[in-house]
Design a protein around this ligand. Sequence first.
Ligand code: GLN
Ligand code: ZN
Length: 744
Amino acid sequence: MRITVVGFPRIGRNREWKKALEEYWAKHISQEEFFTQAYALQKQHLAMMSSLDEIPLDFALYDHMLETCFLLGVIPESVSSLPLSSLDKYFALARGFQSDTMDIKAWPMKKWFFTNYHYVVPKLTPEICWKPDLSFLSQKIQLASEEKRPTRITLVGPYTFYKLSRRENLSETLLRERLLAAYQKLLDSYATLLWQLDEPALVMDMNAHEKEVFSFFYQQLAPSYGKSLHLQTYFGDIRDIYQEVISLPIHSIGLDFVDGKQNLSLLEQYGFPADKILYAGILSGRNIWKSDMTTLSRLLNSLCRYTKPENIMVSTSCSLLHVPYTLEGETLPTTGGNHFSFALEKIEELKQIASQYNTQSPSEYLQTHASSPSSSLSPELQKAIESLGDNAFNRRLPVEERLPLQKQLLKLPLFPTTTIGSFPQTRELRKIRKAYQEGNLSHKEYEEHLRHMIRECITRQEEIGLDVLVHGEYERNDMVEYFAHFLSGFWTTKNGWVQSYGSRATKPPIIYGNIKRLKAMTVPWITYAQSLTKKPMKAILTGPITIINWSFCREDISLREIAYQIALALREEIDELQKESIPIIQVDEAALREKLPLRKKDWKEYLEIATSAFRLATSGIKPEVQLHTHMCYSEFSEIADAIEAMDADVLTIEASRSDLDVIESLRTYSQKRDIGPGVYDIHSPRIPSEEEISTTIQKLLTVIPAEHLWINPDCGLKTRQEHEAYESLSHMVKAAQKLRSTLP
Ligand code: GLN
Ligand code: ZN
């Protein structure tokens, strides 16, 4: 039995790639130096994968989708004709490009299925030049030729490319033909290589039309290039298209047996062709637990019923892009820390599995490395969860009765103005935080700095004239890791970085045990901020599902149990905030939508857990205390019922693009509850004018009743410069004030 992985991390073990990108963009290193570093990093990666029998060449300078675009010639003429190098054209699409004569907007980014990786979304317009730029292949070709072991070069496959790109003014027929021709041309040029075509879109629900699109591509590619095609699926099973996939004349097929719940039974039902290699994804590529060797051997034994062991390539369920590099250098938690496995450890596990299988001797590994996390559900927490009655999920009064009570107490004007929570994280703040982390600043000094920043922030907000104030979130480096430090059952790593996009990486905490609130998380900061002002203060917390979705999660207890544990911890925090008379509490569920299951059938259960956990966290809020929630998207209609079910008083969402469709979808919600669709985009350094914001508000008022409309930016301000944030806010407040004065 041979071993491989679907793909490998790309950001660099010590985020070398982040540094290289930033240095190149800042013009500190030449293009030549940049490519030298790219090459060296890939060599390092190959060395880390040295025990594999076949190696994926899947590095991308910025993003794999964008790289596929260049290889296919999916490049707009306006970019292709720029007097720039290939590399700079590539970055122009990734990040935008401005010169005296040119203004190229970056292509948008979107989450790659249910992961936290963002890919660049190709815009397929008549302007696409369809002239491939194969320079993006040259390092891989060279690496392949130097490598002694077999390699595969990975590409986004045509069906997934078609599904994930955005088509504008281009007929479907023309697009398909162009795309097919582009793949044919590419494969023609390098027919002797093995190509891995990634087709994760096959694990989503497929209708007849989509199946037909898949056939269109593969019925033509497979007969001509089949010997050099490996079709790789991941993130689920391919129940809608399995029979067609196995009948294709191709070299091999990759199936996910971790997230792909039905793949094994598909094999059982329809068999697996004897002339193809099965790349069996039996080790999770997107979670960080050591695998249970007994379960794995059982799974492998089952697979051997349908195909010969020599035709199996044992692999990961998906690319290791989604996990950190290694545990080496980390300090594991004192209890139950022996259960983790990052990319390098996973390769080690694959080696163990193969050697165990090949020698038929149960290795010691099996006994010493038991499965997943430490503790099962603690009896005490389990009891707490079981004894939750309906009361624990319902606020005392319905929203129609709560809102008037709150309004009476808060005495807010019409169109209340507020922000989403964070204020700019300045260079000074980052310096202070670093000094504190490195022990060069005492706890007391650090806290004094933060209090100073809060004071300034409150003064500025009062000067600007905002109605509901926030403390600025200066104590938080991010929305999740900060909270993890105050909760048991979480482990945070030193260097566990995972690429988010391009040069960006996040360090997700790991939920490995039972979660309890160890001490107050936000109370001291928020009560301090409230003591400085007579205006109402809004406390900001991160909600249970967002904490889960931006962490690695244990798998030995259910999602519901984990979500309820977090909810109970937040509930305690909220209790304390209420005791301190904080009049408004916001629980952010920024990431609720992005983890929707890939198949529609599974949405209901996920959304039910998400909304119940939110309600459990917040139902203790007194009727007269106002509950806000914030979400980072405006694609609202599909999950409108779930958002309604969260039973918040006020919802702020991202809607700065505010096309009428988006606004229209808020109509029902805003009949009963208050809503603050973002009136300007905080992701851009642009400062919107007062007039521009007034126009947006007028548009909102065509659908949302005036008494239910809040005025706020579309997300937190932490990534903005201070002057950008303050000027924009002041325009926003003026727009709201003017509007009030014009109403009778
Ligand atoms: N309260 C957070 C902030 O203002 C929300 C961030 C988010 O929605 N991603 O930064
Ligand atoms: Zn947001």
